[in-house]
Design a protein around this ligand. Structure first.
Ligand code: HEM
Length: 310
């Protein structure tokens, strides 16, 4: 397929980082699908237009449909690999599955613009859905997670973001779409901050201040980096694009972890490797200092799919 006929992706999927974000999780009312389809198309188009309108503050966003809701909304066709979030439990580590029908992900370097757009989206959806969860994320220091470690360093860069995140010819109807996984993590910061810095660094396998990766032989098997650095049977790295940001307030704070990828398998394998470990008891020590409160699986179709399927 030449570039002209490629469906247009939703621009928030591969966008670079921002200062602010809003996450809206909705469930649909019963039997609203004939009205909801055109409404979603309008919202996606609106978000697309705001990207031009507010280019100076790098606005971007996307709409994604829950794995368990997809067939109600689009009964005629389903992304080949779309499946529910893999709830995983092993000893004391739990990654729960909490699914939502719709996910709106909007980001911008201006908080006022973001707030305005969120209000607009909410109004457009009025009567069709219920808002089940809302969080607001922010850039912390020089793009650090609230643990104090830089987050996102090893993310794919440039054109590689598209190659990792967007479905291509392997599922023709869903080209330009992306499998999205979201986990809201609440950090146990009191416990974390009591750890000496060297122990924290051993948990991540990078230095804290300068964000330098440990040498391969120094990475503990229980470190986060070791657990998520996976290769397929041909030795090719399994990659995801992370769009995570810190969120919260004094009562509850942590990381909105967001993975976008052309396959759900990479995220699933990484999460399994973190929670269940390597079969020799080496689970991800980072998980002892944070708790996933949610776990949801979505597909963010191309803009053109949403506009066509009304
Ligand atoms: C509370 C949750 C999490 C925190 C605080 C966290 C934090 C970090 C940090 C500090 C890094 C190192 C810097 C970087 O390359 O970005 C990192 C890397 C990474 N994380 Fe996480 N992470 C979390 C959850 C997850 C989950 C659930 C997954 C996937 C299932 C994941 C996948 C990755 C990957 C693929 C890398 C890059 C590894 C590399 O190539 O070196 N993370 N994370």
């Amino acid at each position: 397929m030449d570039i002209e006929s490629m469906p247009r992706e939703q621009l928030g999927i591969c966008a670079e980082g921002n200062l602010h974000s809003i996450y809206l999780m909705y469930n649909a009312r019963d039997h609203v699908e004939p009205l909801l389809r055109p409404c979603l198309a309008s919202v996606a188009q609106y978000i697309f237009e705001q990207t031009d309108q507010h280019a100076d503050s790098a606005f971007n966003g996307f709409v994604a449909v829950g794995a368990n809701y997809w067939d109600s909304l689009y009964p005629d066709s389903r992304p080949q690999l779309l499946r529910p979030f893999p709830s995983i439990q092993y000893n004391d580590l739990v990654a729960p599955a909490i699914e939502f029908d719709l996910f709106f992900h909007i980001r911008c370097d201006r908080y006022d613009v973001l707030h305005l757009v969120a209000n607009e989206i909410h109004q457009m959806l009025e009567g069709l859905v219920e808002l089940v969860d809302e969080e607001r994320g922010f850039r912390y220091m020089d793009s650090r997670d609230l643990t104090g470690f830089v987050d996102g360093t090893e993310n794919p860069k440039g054109r590689q973001r598209q190659q990792v995140a967007l479905v291509e010819e392997e599922d023709e109807e869903f080209q330009g779409g992306s499998y999205v996984h979201v986990q809201k993590y609440e950090h146990k910061l009191n416990h974390w901050h009591r750890l000496p810095q060297k122990e924290q660094e051993d948990i991540i396998a990078r230095t804290k201040q300068d964000d330098i990766e440990y040498a391969a032989e120094d990475k503990p098997l229980t470190s986060h980096i070791k657990r998520v650095n996976l290769k397929d049977e041909n030795g090719k790295p399994k990659e995801i694009l992370r769009q995570s940001m810190p969120f919260g307030s004094l009562r509850q704070q942590g990381l909105m972890f967001i993975s976008v990828c052309r396959t759900p398998a990479h995220f699933e394998d990484m999460l399994t490797s973190m929670i269940k470990g390597d079969g020799h008891g080496h689970t991800d020590k980072l998980m002892e200092y944070t708790q996933a409160l949610t776990g949801s699986s979505f597909f963010a179709p191309s803009l053109d799919f949403l506009l066509e399927k009304v």
